[in-house]
Design a protein around this ligand. Structure first.
Ligand code: B16
Ligand code: MG
Length: 218
């Protein structure tokens, strides 16, 4: 029986994944790494330093920079991302997600956040959604980022639920792998051909309702 829902943030609740992509694209250009759709998909859901390493690897530049230089570039990307976040309001919640979260809360489901982003508290606050969350995984306490299952394992633990009592919602391949590895039910939001490992697929957030999820689980 499902008792809890574990949410990714960027690309599931907020349209901020386009801001992350824009800021990474800008850095890739600066580093002389070709930006492709495939690279953009690989970066989705993946933490800050892991993302930078994927970009460098894609350009065959994984050995070109010291750790200090990498931290400098990652910080530069984050500063650009924070600039793009300015003016973020509840209007930037993806279609139907506020209603869905309110519905879960009204039906006494527990809700936690499993975002890789260190900026997630800031984003949730700007969207005025913190009040709905019973718990949050702090990504800075994790040993391994998505696609490792750790963040979704913790997402259930912080709610005092078993993995099989939880549903994880994701827009990224890395995130779906993490939910599946944690033995929870995975809901993929986006292109079903890309998110083909998800247990349940929706092409966009407006289809994500309790009724549709219950229907898909039968
Ligand atoms: P930050 P999610 C992820 O958030 C984003 O999808 C990913 O693009 C970003 O690089 C990562 O957070 C780290 O974010 O640099 O802000 O700490 O999708 O797991 O909510
Ligand atoms: Mg995401």
């Amino acid at each position: 029986q499902i008792k809890g829902f574990i949410f990714d943030l960027d690309g599931v609740i907020a349209n901020t994944s386009v801001f992350h992509a824009k800021a990474w694209h800008q850095l890739a250009d600066k580093l002389g790494v070709t930006w492709t759709e495939d690279l953009a998909n690989q970066l989705k859901g993946v933490g800050r330093m892991d993302s930078l390493n994927l970009i460098l690897k894609s350009g065959g530049k994984e050995n070109d920079y010291t750790e200090d230089e990498k931290v400098k570039y990652a910080t530069e990307k984050n500063d650009n991302y924070l600039g793009l976040l300015k003016g973020l309001t509840d209007k930037d919640i993806l279609p139907g997600m506020k209603e869905f979260i309110e519905d879960l809360s009204a039906n006494n489901y527990l809700i936690s956040l499993a975002s890789s982003s260190k900026n997630s508290p800031k984003v949730l606050e700007a969207l005025d959604l913190e009040k709905y969350f019973d718990a949050r995984v702090d990504p800075s306490t994790l040993k391994n980022g998505k696609p490792d299952p750790e963040i979704y394992v913790r997402g259930a633990e912080v709610l005092n639920l078993k993995p099989e009592e939880c549903i994880g919602l994701e827009d990224a391949v890395s995130g779906i792998k993490s939910v599946n590895g944690a033995h929870e039910t995975s809901v993929g939001i986006g292109d079903p051909e890309i998110l083909n490992e998800a247990d349940i697929n929706f092409t966009d957030t407006s289809q994500v309702t309790l009724a549709n999820i219950k229907k898909a689980m039968n």
